[in-house]
Design a protein around this ligand. Sequence first.
Ligand SMILES: C[S@@+](CC[C@H](N)C(=O)[O-])C[C@H]1O[C@@H](n2cnc3c(N)ncnc32)[C@H](O)[C@@H]1O
Length: 261
Amino acid sequence: MPIFKAKNYLDVYRVRAASDDLHQMSGRHDKRITAFCNQQMEREMAPSKDDVVVDIGCGDGSFLVQIHKNIATGFGIVPTEEEKARLEVAYSIDNLSFLRGLTTKLPLADETASKVICNGVLVLLDTEDELVASMREIYRVSKKHAMIWIGELPHVDEFAYHNKKYGDSLIKWIMSELRQSGVVAAAHATKKVLTALFSKETLIINPKTHLYILPDKFVQICENIGFEVLQSWKSITIDKTGRECEIPTRYNYLLRKTLEN
Ligand SMILES: C[S@@+](CC[C@H](N)C(=O)[O-])C[C@H]1O[C@@H](n2cnc3c(N)ncnc32)[C@H](O)[C@@H]1O
């Protein structure tokens, strides 16, 4: 009966790495959304042959794999040995390496990266102090004038925004899906529980808190560290029909390392 109640997000992704489906490591249920996200990042970051790209919290590694032919070197950072091992088995590409490390302690020398990606990761930190420490680490490992993509950083508490009050109860979760999203969503949730009960695929009960920060405050933190904030905008995803739509609770930020601090 593999139902796992995770104490923290590191455990969530450690367990996801054991899934038969590599895409579970991205944290999304729909591969099309990850592909859409990767397209946006490639368009904005415009990787080129001289670039050293660091993807912090690289999930299923698909962004680096997508761009690897157009860059010099890519490093994918993941927080657990289990994720690193899974990515190393999945991909063997000469100019890509997967390293174990945390946003707050990156396993890279100073001024390594010309492009840094950190998408859907800072949301998983526990405190604002960790967020500041992570941005300082990104600054340290970035070359001067490096471009940095910080994606999908919430500005509100998403559990409150989406009225998710079911705690760790699976029954309450299914009922909440029924009330908020309808019969199909509730059937999908029920199927997940039954699959976990009768197969090897683990159902993970996620922690019910996450980090969020108002855009003005995040911009101030970045500027204090020595980044120029080039752009910030509401994160964009696709809906079930493939149509683009805003994520109402999250922002993306495009930064450049400019100043000495
Ligand atoms: C929601 S997934 C996003 C994956 C990928 N960036 C994407 O957008 O598809 C979160 C990723 O962050 C990683 N992660 C979680 N906490 C982390 C931390 N403290 N330091 C580094 N990576 C972390 C997870 O292992 C996972 O790879």
